[in-house]
Design a protein around this ligand. Structure first.
Ligand SMILES: [Fe+2]
Length: 488
């Protein structure tokens, strides 16, 4: 993080004698980045951190990516993923490349060991569940919609409370016994932090235009130091392999630290969306970034307020990025296709945009209740077998269909403003906030995969069923000939 903080006991001067109550010296450790030229923290251990007793390798963590030569949109429906493993070994990588990995985890059991990611930063987005993230730099209590950013090298244990109640709209206890979270981690050794444009160049303070600031970040708290003997396992992910190290003392034995390198939490509800008179581009949703990828938060917000504004995003080609969206909430369950916990992947080689009917239907709405987390990468993303197993193969066909059915049929007037036209016959959009998922449909397609209009979707080849014929019964051309009704 860009700003300095401290926790626990530290000596007045760095690199000076700092003694335990029994008179022995605490063990100072500089936790530094970028060859000691980047952000660092200085920590004081009860025991020398270099003392380990034995180690072994456990299993490969290298993700195997498939279909790397196939460019297609994907819709991964993760709601049905079964609980698996613990909060570390239960992670299921779905997409990734040489810069980042995206995984989901629905733990089936607690983790009995401590963990250190020795090859990348992690950003965990807690979708469901509460608990405690005990780190070597202090304790972070977490809950739904928290981003937990854990820098490379920090030892931690993620302890979920066992769920006992499933509130309305939440998965059952059987399906999610502890919690469910999304993991985005760096695979290129870079660090996850706020976009540089959000902070001052000289001092790293969050600037006025940033959608969040220091006050929104929850930093590690006490309790901090544990002085316990015994055999404590610390699993270390490094070089695409999980290692098991044994410590003779509790690995969270730091009595104090200070610096600018530490884990923290940011809740997505504290993201203050930037809105505009006309559609604002995706960078306004940006929350974090690392080398070659960004993480964005799509939150409930006011929609564009120009009287003739198009409320859903324009069709677009994000020519230099692949886009993955994870859908958090927003009544997606009332629609076919996109659901809570769905992921959509849109590669940079093809445009995407609003689904059929949503542009006109969006015009009356003033707010959207959508919430999603997006990860955009500057290099192509590849799916794993787990992603392909959950992929809705019909998704690429989901833009098929008449985009302005009532308009072209002559049953809809064209309003000169975005004033709501009553009784247009267009099905209203669900949800108390109005628009819900639809302004995400630049990323979501029409959410109609599996519908009548999406039957032609196939795996990796999609050919028109009847060559030379329009895909929706020629109504398009026929309807164009009809005069439009004058606006009342
Ligand atoms: Fe997009």
């Amino acid at each position: 993080m860009p700003f300095y903080t401290r926790l626990g006991q530290i000596p007045k001067k760095r690199h000076t004698q700092f003694r335990r109550p029994d008179g022995l010296l605490y063990s100072e450790e500089l936790f530094g980045t970028e060859g000691f030229s980047g952000p660092s923290s200085t920590m004081y251990h009860i025991h020398p951190p270099t003392q380990v007793y034995g180690w072994k390798t456990l299993y490969s963590t290298k993700a195997e990516y498939l279909e790397q030569d196939v460019m297609r949109m994907r819709h991964v429906k993760s709601a049905g993923m079964r609980p698996k493993g613990d909060p570390v070994d239960g992670r299921v990588v779905l997409f990734g490349n040489a810069d980042c990995e995206m995984a989901l985890c629905t733990p089936a059991k607690p983790m009995p060991y401590f963990y250190k990611n020795g090859q990348g930063d992690e950003c965990l987005f807690i979708h469901f569940g509460t608990g405690t993230c005990s780190t070597m730099m202090g304790t972070l209590k977490f809950g739904p919609k928290d981003y937990i950013v854990i820098p490379k090298g920090v030892i931690y244990k993620l302890e979920f409370d066992r769920r006992t109640v499933a509130a309305a709209g939440e998965p059952t206890i059987e399906a999610v016994p502890y919690g469910k979270f999304l993991i985005v981690e760096t695979a290129n050794g870079s660090h996850i932090g706020p976009p540089p444009r959000y902070v001052s160049k000289d001092h790293g303070q969050f600037l006025e235009h940033a959608p969040y600031c220091e006050r929104d970040l929850r930093l590690p708290q006490l309790p901090l130091a544990y002085d316990e003997g015994g055999a404590h396992e610390v699993r270390v992910k490094a070089r695409n392999r999980m290692h098991s190290y044994t410590y003779h003392y509790h690995p969270l034995d730091i009595v104090g630290w200070d610096g600018c390198y530490y884990p923290y939490i940011f809740n997505i509800e504290d993201f203050a969306p930037i809105t505009g008179k006309l559609h604002m581009p995706p960078p306004i949703h940006q929350t974090f970034e690392a080398h070659n990828f960004v993480i964005c938060s799509f939150c409930p917000r006011m929609l564009d307020y120009h009287p003739q504004a198009i409320k859903v995003p324009y069709n677009h080609s994000n020519i230099d990025s692949d886009e993955v969206l994870y859908y958090v909430e927003g009544n997606f369950g009332s629609r076919k296709g996109i659901e809570v916990a769905s992921l959509t992947a849109h590669p940079q080689g093809i445009p995407h945009g609003p689904h059929p009917g949503t542009i006109e239907a969006s015009l009356p709405h003033e707010r959207t209740g959508e919430m999603a987390v997006m990860c955009d990468t500057f290099r192509p993303l590849f799916p794993t077998k787990a992603a392909l197993d959950l992929d809705d193969h019909k998704y690429p066909a989901s833009w098929e269909g008449e985009h302005f059915p009532r308009l072209t049929a002559g049953e809809l007037t064209i309003p000169a403003t975005s004033r709501y036209v009553q009784n247009t016959g267009i099905p209203d959009l669900p949800g108390k906030h109005g628009l819900n998922s639809d302004s995400l449909n630049d990323h979501a397609g029409n959410g109609q995969a599996g519908s009548e209009q999406a039957k032609t979707g196939t795996a990796n080849t999609w050919a028109p069923q009847e060559s030379g014929k329009p895909p929706f019964n020629g109504k398009h051309a026929k309807a164009k000939a009809k005069p439009l009704k004058p606006r009342r």
